[in-house]
Design a protein around this ligand. Structure first.
Ligand SMILES: Nc1ncnc2c1ncn2[C@@H]1O[C@H](COP(=O)(O)OP(=O)(O)OP(=O)(O)O)[C@@H](O)[C@H]1O
Ligand SMILES: [Mg+2]
Length: 250
């Protein structure tokens, strides 16, 4: 199994406050990591520091063995565009474009595939995530869950190695959360590495490994193994995780 990320001695400070302290962690290709911890523990800061959205103050972030922590903005944004996908609490789709146009835009921008291939990828992704029927709709006329699925399609248009999410279900109700997480589990089962921050234990129970951050340190981690989706294992995973979280004081 190839290592997609190898984070070594990562520290992050804002002015004189140290938010992340000497973080070490490795991610294998194909893993699904959930990052949990109380508000202010540094989850988003960690996600941004390992995905090149922000720069660590010190330490190294090896992406397939290559140190990306000191790349200039231009090189880093190219890696993000071509090799990484991002989703957030809100979909941040452009309001004056259709669902389809939002999805193809980063594909055209990356320029690695022909326009025809980008359009084909977009169609396949919309079918997979169940939003093909609203492809040409104005984004103001679709549901929040459909918007978030569109955001996932946009994040995957360039076939990234890794999908990063900062509370991707944070603004969704429980049934929409399940729909979006089913999509994310499918994407992961097909080989894309997934790393998301979440407050929701039901969401984290779908990850193969859960990292618990406390005051900018990795306090503990729990290996749950691959998610199979079956009702029976689902409840035992959720139980294991909630007992573990209780132990962390979550
Ligand atoms: N740009 C910034 N400038 C100054 N301080 C920051 C900045 N970003 C984050 N912090 C501080 O770093 C700490 C960790 O913030 P972070 O957003 O990573 O926490 P979090 O675990 O994601 O919290 P939440 O669950 O509320 O999203 C907080 O004390 C926060 O105030
Ligand atoms: Mg956060």
């Amino acid at each position: 199994m190839k290592k997609i990320l190898d984070v070594k001695n990562l520290c992050k400070s804002f002015e004189d406050t140290q938010v992340l302290n000497n973080i070490y962690f490795k991610v294998d290709e194909g893993e699904f990591i959930a990052i949990m911890g109380r508000s202010g523990s540094g989850k988003s800061t960690l996600l941004y520091s390992i995905s090149g959205m922000d720069r660590p103050t010190s330490g190294n972030v090896l992406y397939f063995g290559k140190d990306i922590s000191k790349l200039d903005d231009k090189k880093m944004s190219e890696i993000r565009l071509k090799h990484m996908g991002f989703i957030f609490q809100h979909s941040y789709l452009l309001k004056n474009l259709s669902i389809r146009d939002n999805i193809v835009l980063p594909g055209f921008k990356a320029g690695t595939l022909s326009r025809e291939q980008v359009n084909q990828n977009a169609n396949a992704l919309m079918i997979k995530t169940g939003i093909d029927s609203v492809a040409d709709h104005d984004i103001k006329k679709v549901s929040v869950g459909q918007l978030q699925r569109a955001a996932i399609c946009r994040a995957l248009i360039n076939k990234p190695d890794v999908l990063f999410g900062d509370e991707p279900t944070g603004a969704l109700n429980s049934s929409t959360t399940r729909e979006v997480m089913d999509v994310i589990n499918t994407v992961n089962a097909e080989g894309t590495t997934v790393i998301i921050v979440t407050h929701d234990a039901k969401v984290a129970a779908r990850a193969s490994r859960v990292i618990y951050l406390m005051d900018g340190n990795i306090h503990d981690e729990l290996t749950l193994g691959k998610y199979e989706g079956a009702e029976k294992t689902k409840s035992s995973r959720e139980k294991r995780l909630s007992e573990w979280l209780e132990k962390q004081g979550f």
